[in-house]
Design a binder for this molecule. Structure first.
Ligand code: CTP
Ligand code: MN
Ligand code: MN
Ligand code: MN
Length: 373
């Protein structure tokens, strides 16, 4: 006789770039917990462990329903033994003891606060933590030697830790457009990162700038920055010039996930009440300073690499990581924010749009709003 087996309620593909991950999902109570453990693993420089927790969380973000019991986890990929243990505890007890003790731990809290300073990475934060520092102000009180980024990070700490709203992002877009148009006509400016994925707030605002005429974009960044500087709109900036052409190891294999575009990590001075509301009512109760600091990332790409740059700067970070892993492990290809190299054919695959890149990779196209892995 026939044995009828119920098909799994949901099938979830194992690479995040094969799945649709909306911004809002049903399992925040689990993914927040797993992401605390991922973050803590990062603070301990355990990348493998961190990625494992992030992949587990990401799978749960793609589910079309709330996870209510362990049965709901059947047939799901990427859920390691440790993640499953944490999920089980939360489903049974409402909380996970490991997550709660991590959250409460002095190390986690100090690392979170110290790495929350712009310009401070895990290595510096960890060194300071071992020296007994716990809070950003301790950096000042103990007279630590800070680089320019970190000095700006401490100076604008409160502003930079306040989420940037969509409205503020739009106001910054107008400023960037004005600056770019003032120094080069016909440039194309696109909002990238979280806001392109539909987020309502972000930790910064990301822009990609290109020009239809290949080469016209060269030397653009210093001119844009000069213009912004002259207008008094820049509080901090650090530019890295384009190193793509000079690289010896080939364009498709940049170090880690970093690309080599001309880029600028900056802090803008944004006047309040200029967020494009159309009214000035929003300033009437505000007694603080008339401006706020906002982190802004600017990247300039030649038009021939624009599709790759767009895909690479839209994120999420896990989605990007998974795209590169898919390309390498499943397709024998190497993907960067500059190019896609096919090792079997030993040639670069051209693309004029993100859709073409997904097609080269043998993936169904996933729009930005569903790349919130
Ligand atoms: N990125 C990158 N190289 C960097 C920094 C960022 O390629 N040195 C890319 C990331 O891979 C990501 C995008 O830029 O795809 C945006 O990164 P980021 O601004 O850090 O994150 P968002 O997704 O925009 O989220 P948030 O709202 O926190 O800014
Ligand atoms: Mn484990
Ligand atoms: Mn961003
Ligand atoms: Mn950014």
């Amino acid at each position: 006789s026939l044995t009828l087996i119920n098909p799994p309620a949901t099938t979830v593909k194992s690479y995040a770039c094969q799945r649709r991950t909306p911004l809002k999902h049903h399992n925040t109570f689990l993914t927040d917990a797993l992401e605390i453990l991922a973050e803590n693993a990062e603070f301990n420089e355990n990348e493998g462990r961190s990625v494992a927790f992030r992949r587990s969380a990401s799978v749960l973000k793609a589910l079309p329903h709330v996870v209510r019991g362990m049965d709901d986890l059947k047939n799901l990929p990427c859920l390691g033994e440790h993640s499953v243990r944490v999920i089980k505890e939360i489903l049974e007890d409402g909380t996970s003891s490991e997550v709660e003790s991590t959250r409460q731990s002095e190390q986690y809290q100090a690392m979170k606060a110290l790495t929350g300073v712009f310009g401070v990475g895990v290595k510096s934060a960890d060194r300071w933590f071992r020296e007994g520092l716990r809070r950003p102000l301790d950096l000042i009180h103990t007279g630590q030697k800070l680089n320019l980024a970190q000095q700006a990070g401490v100076q604008y700490y409160n502003d930079l830790n306040r989420p940037v709203t969509k409205r503020e992002a739009v106001a910054i877009s107008h400023i960037v457009e004005k600056a770019v148009n003032a120094v080069l006509s016909g440039a194309i400016i696109t909002l990238m990162g979280g806001f392109r994925r539909g987020k309502e707030v972000g930790h910064d605002v990301d822009f990609l700038i290109t020009h239809l005429e290949e080469g016209a974009e060269e030397g653009l960044m210093p001119k844009v920055l000069n213009w912004l500087e002259e207008q008094g709109l820049l509080l901090y900036q650090k530019t890295t010039r384009n190193s793509y052409l000079e690289s010896k190891d080939g364009p498709a294999r940049p170090p880690h996930n970093l690309d080599r575009f001309e880029r600028c990590f900056s802090i803008f001075k944004l006047e309040k009440g200029k967020e494009g509301s159309g009214t000035s009512l929003n300033t009437s109760y505000d007694s603080g300073p008339s401006w706020r600091a906002v982190r802004v990332d600017l990247v300039v790409s030649p038009f021939s690499q624009f599709a790759f740059a767009t895909l690479g700067w839209t994120g999420s970070k896990l989605f990007e990581r998974e795209l590169r892993r898919w390309a390498g492990q499943e397709k024998g290809m190497s993907l960067s924010s500059h190019a896609l190299y096919d090792s079997k054919q030993q040639r670069y695959l051209r693309a004029n749009s993100e859709e073409e890149i997904f097609a080269h990779l043998g993936l169904e196209y996933i729009p930005p709003s569903e790349r919130n892995a």
